[in-house]
Design a protein around this ligand. Structure first.
Ligand code: BZD
Length: 841
């Protein structure tokens, strides 16, 4: 490379090459240096925020050194890389993760203590990186952790939103959204002002024949916005691999156009252009599983896909390989349909810009892409209107039509007798206006399509994509059951449990091979071990009780059973079933004699989660939970027997406190609606038991840990259709116990009943689409069984330990290895320095 240092000077270079700290003293030296110089603070004005900044900068230096080496190593090795395209990366905090992954948390802890700070206080200064809505975004973050930990050459590509998911406050029981401006100090990102790509919008398509008689298609005029790369280092656990997450930020293009405006005195106009450009990466859309069809969202998608693809193509071209090698060097995974335009952009690059024949290009495209589906909910399937695409991306719409034409011709040849098939599988929905079905485009443009848990992968094959199974055969469709990283969700969130497990297994090796947990089963009868296990759970509950008190003013008894449901608020996830169950319990307590009350196990019902700002029903559910809490928590008859808590602003760092503190967690979606769920895995890995429906990954969790360790209830997914039908055409009776709950709401016990009438009428009058009434009895009975079981603490702890021991399958390491083998066809890159990686803490 021409820009590298000539050989004679390299010695000097090497002599002063940056090296990273390895001990407590060196950590202190680096931290103090950063505080005094980089931050220009002194020991006289160093608060926790400054201590955080200095510590983060010291660890950042460490990561950079390994990051640079990793990128060099991967470039030299010149192997296939995997690119994970996701509009969301829900990373949470980075410092704790960096400390644990490089193995120096203990040095930092002691070092900070000597400087006058508690490490927990320093760590909690960090603002969450909340560039995601929920499960889909957090899955992407777990995948990055596994990819680096397993030494895969992998890049994430996303958007650098200025505002992440909104912060939630609760005001008088209502959700209020506060903007999440998180970039005032972010030491984990590196602007690459030299890595920019110009992205085009609008304009028109010019087709002509050039002087050599060649057909040229060119997309002309319109508007240019510049994408600037911001890189985030992703350290692996116990390895020297540090991968890259590249996030694109939008800014006005520095073309002559703006200067002309400036010079002609149109200062305001130029500034307005600039702001319009910056708007593209300004804010994360806060809807999960709900499609809205907004132009700015489509602009975000194209901006990010185009920037990422041009970056990938530029990197490939440096290797001077022929285009046919592209799929051997590059695998691109589409996290849901949000990046589907990447398929179209790739085809455009290869044909319009690089001059390949259509078929040759399309072969490369389909070998490169894989598509992961995360939902079967019809309202969540992405569609873009043809007129909008025509306006914003005229050339891409033409390419989509061509892809569709060749695809339909192929279908026509294979199924000449099935005319309906053509309209069913067409990428274009013949509605008013016409719509582009992004999932169909993603399937047609990929070589593999996967669901995220067994039931879900079966459902997509038999329902929404069944025609495509006929067309392509079943092998194109596969399952990769989701997983979670045990580094963050066990070791970081629950350090005492991790330490106890390590003391029994002899090392922390289980964090790299989670199946080793099965060795814990030997100890289920070990009295001391069980006692310590229970003590750790109790300590985690004390920690959560403290947080609840600070955040809500509600004081809860840590000896009570903690029953937790934290996740996005959605009708299909059925937080309404949970809160109706709570009201049912409240009624029961009110009707009990003092003697009966004495026998009841005290319970704390804990909720948390955000509602999409425009999702009225979800907001009403939050309101009801809070109002029920107001009444129940202040009822002298109830006392400690029942408390209802809504923890505001559920996010990754709060999850790390909440999840280790559950006795029971709720995963109670209508069967067939929750694609996988991943918090179910996190809760069980932390020794909590679950109440759940036979949905998503609950089914596989049950298979792994044993039916006797799970509280299952409710109807099965294969019966849902018939039940829904009967709600309208049979004689549908709402469960009588549920009616009593509704009576109490209607009486105004929880305030103005009108506020909650939509929740009641959805069930009583509008067909109860989510089967709340059908599952109510089974749900309440199962909750009673939980009370009974909890009374026998010894048995409870046995279930807890046994479950954890059998959770090895649900690591995202297993999941990533499955993607690598069955979809990406890539191998990890061997890392020499691995032997040299320091002792784990
Ligand atoms: O993806 C979730 C599913 O609902 C879960 O069942 C599953 O476990 C996870 C991971 O596979 N889906 C989402 O979180 N979806 C979104 O957040 C989303 C965001 C934008 C647009 C559409 C959906």
């Amino acid at each position: 490379v021409e820009s590298s240092i000539p050989e004679p000077q390299r010695e000097t270079w090497r002599k002063f090459s940056a090296s990273s700290f390895k001990s407590k003293d060196e950590f202190q030296r680096e931290t103090v240096r950063h505080i005094e110089t980089t931050l220009a603070r002194s020991l006289y004005n160093c608060d926790e925020k400054a201590a955080y900044s200095g510590t983060a900068l010291a660890f950042r230096d460490r990561l950079i050194i390994d990051w640079n080496k990793t990128q060099q190593r991967q470039t030299f090795a010149d192997q296939k890389r995997i690119y994970y395209l996701s509009l969301e990366f829900l990373m949470g905090r980075a410092l704790d993760n960096a400390m644990l992954n490089v193995g120096l948390k203990n040095s930092a802890k002691d070092g900070l203590a000597e400087l006058g700070f508690r490490i927990e206080d320093v760590i909690s200064q960090e603002h969450d990186a909340a560039l995601g809505n929920g499960g889909l975004g957090r899955l992407a973050a777990c995948f990055l952790d596994s990819l680096a930990s397993l030494n895969y050459a992998a890049w994430g590509y996303g958007l650098r939103y200025r505002y992440g998911i909104f912060k939630q406050e609760i005001d008088n029981g209502y959700q209020v959204e506060i903007p999440d401006y998180w970039l005032d100090f972010n030491p984990w990102e590196f602007p690459r002002n030299d890595v920019t790509i110009d992205i085009q919008f609008y304009g028109w398509v010019n087709k002509y024949t050039d002087e050599n008689g060649k057909q040229i298609t060119s997309w002309q005029d319109g508007e240019i916005v510049t994408a600037v790369a911001y890189d985030v280092p992703i350290p692996g656990y116990g390895t020297a691999t540090v991968n890259n997450l590249r996030l694109w930020s939008s800014r006005a293009s520095s073309g002559e156009f703006d200067f002309a405006k400036f010079n002609s005195g149109e200062y305001e106009g130029a500034v307005a252009d600039e702001q319009r450009a910056e708007t593209i990466s300004a804010v994360l859309y806060p809807n999960d599983n709900m499609e809205r069809g907004k132009e700015l969202r489509l602009k975000q998608q194209y901006f990010w896909c185009a920037a990422s693809l041009h970056d990938i193509v530029r990197r490939f071209k440096k290797s001077n390989r022929p285009w046919k090698d592209f799929p051997d060097q590059v695998a691109i995974q589409l996290n849901d349909t949000h990046p589907t335009l990447a398929v179209v952009e790739m085809q455009r690059i290869l044909t319009d810009l690089e001059g390949l024949e259509w078929n040759q290009a399309w072969d490369i495209v389909t070998k490169t892409f894989g598509y992961t589906n995360h939902t079967v909910l019809p309202e969540a399937l992405e569609k873009w209107s043809v007129p909008l695409l025509q306006h914003l991306l005229p050339r891409h719409l033409q390419i989509i039509y061509d892809i569709n034409l060749y695809f339909l011709q192929q279908v026509e040849r294979r199924f000449p007798k099935d005319r309906d098939m053509l309209s069913r599988v067409s990428i274009i929905e013949e509605s008013q206006p016409k719509m582009v079905r992004m999932a169909y485009l993603a399937i047609i443009g990929s070589h593999k399509v996967n669901g995220v848990a067994e039931l879900h992968s079966d459902l997509i094959k038999t329902t929404i994509f069944k025609d495509f199974v006929k067309i392509y055969g079943p092998d194109k469709f596969t399952n990769v059951t989701n997983g979670i990283t045990p580094r963050r969700w066990l070791h970081q969130a629950n350090p005492r449990l991790s330490e106890l497990i390590a003391s029994k297994l002899g090392s922390y090796e289980f964090l790299k091979d989670l199946t080793l947990l099965n060795k814990l089963e030997k100890f289920v009868d070990d009295k001391d071990f069980k006692k310590e296990w229970a003590e750790i759970k109790y300590a985690n509950k004390v920690r959560l009780a403290q947080h609840i008190l600070t955040a809500t003013g509600i004081s809860v008894n840590p000896k009570a059973l903690f029953d937790i449901q934290v996740k996005r608020i959605h009708e299909y996830k059925r937080q309404q079933l949970n809160i109706f169950g709570v009201i049912h319990r409240y009624i029961a307590i009110k009707n009990m004699s003092p003697a009966e009350r004495k026998k009841l196990a005290p319970r704390v019902s804990i909720f948390g989660g955000k509602a999409a700002p425009g999702y009225w029903m979800a907001k009403t559910i939050i309101h009801l939970i809070n109002k029920v809490g107001d009444v129940v928590n202040n009822d002298k008859d109830v006392g400690d027997l029942l408390k209802v808590v809504f923890i505001p602003d559920y996010n990754v760092s709060k999850a790390e406190i909440i999840i280790p503190a559950s006795d029971i967690s709720e995963h109670i979606s209508t069967a067939g609606t929750e694609a996988s769920g991943t918090s179910n895995m996190k809760f069980v890995l932390n020794g909590g038991l679950v109440i759940g429906t036979l949905d998503g990954a609950n089914i596989e969790i049950t298979r792994e840990i044993g039916e006797q360790n799970v509280f299952l209830f409710g109807n099965l997914s294969e019966d849902v259709e018939d039940l829904r039908h009967n709600h309208f055409y049979g004689n549908h009776q709402v469960d009588p116990e549920l009616m009593k709950v509704f009576d109490m709401i209607k009486k105004g016990t929880f305030g103005d009943e009108g506020a909650f009438s939509s929740l009641v009428s959805a069930i009583v009058e509008h067909g109860d689409y989510y089967l709340v009434s059908d599952d109510f009895n089974s749900y309440c009975t199962t909750q009673d069984l939980i009370d009974e079981t909890y009374k026998n603490q010894d048995e409870w702890v046995t279930k807890s330990i046994t479950s954890v021991a059998r959770m090895g399958f649900f690591t995202s390491d297993r999941c990533i290895n499955e993607y690598a083998d069955t979809i990406w066809n890539i191998e990890p890159l061997q890392v020499k320095e691995e032997a040299d990686v320091r002792a784990r803490t």
